[in-house]
Design a protein around this ligand. Structure first.
Ligand SMILES: [Cu+2]
Length: 180
């Protein structure tokens, strides 16, 4: 026991030093974004930097060789300032790109269109991304999206604040398997 505590101690100190300098870095970065109301006590899932919460998010499971995937969630702007989701980034291990899409009817055809201007979320309001409507499209998936796994996205807002979110990959409830 004493052997372990002796040998673990230097490692522990090294780790806490590292996290200390890391948190100092993060704090320095956060202060650039006019982050005056930061509090350690915030509800799970809330990000005090963006003021936006991700609710009920998931990615739809795909077959292993699928190159595109869709992610859905509801964004709740808990702050008193309007904001805009301007872009989404993903690790290149997961996909080559993430785009903000909407679905539109064009000559009786459902088509997806990229929302290059982003999606506005007014202060105190919620915007949902759901099947048949807005969604985050993952392009160039490396391994498809396996049910039961998780993906991480970074949402970027108009004030250049970022919100990292980890979401489950799920089969759509009552998913109908029809092929085109
Ligand atoms: Cu799409």
């Amino acid at each position: 026991m004493s052997f372990f505590s002796k040998s673990l101690k230097p490692l522990f100190i090294a780790t806490s030093l590292f996290s200390l300098s890391l948190s100092a870095l993060v704090t320095a970065h956060a202060s650039e974004h006019e982050n005056k109301h930061q509090s350690k006590e915030h509800p799970k899932g809330a990000n005090t930097q963006t003021g936006v919460m991700v609710m009920g998010g998931y990615a739809r499971a795909t077959f292993a060789l699928a190159k595109t995937g869709a992610v859905y969630f509801t964004l709740h702007n808990n702050s008193d300032r309007d904001t805009k989701l301007t872009s989404v980034s993903v690790s290149s291990n997961l996909a080559s790109e993430a785009q903000i899409h909407t679905t539109v009817m064009e000559a009786d055809m459902m088509k997806m269109r990229e929302l290059t201007e982003g999606v506005e979320i007014k202060a105190g309001e919620m915007v949902s991304f759901e099947p048949g409507g807005r969604h985050i499209m993952l392009m160039g998936l490396s391994n498809g999206l396996e049910a039961g796994s998780e993906i991480t996205l970074t949402l970027v807002f108009s004030d250049s604040s970022e919100l990292k979110t980890t979401l489950p990959v799920k089969k759509e409830a009552g998913e109908v398997h029809h092929h085109h």
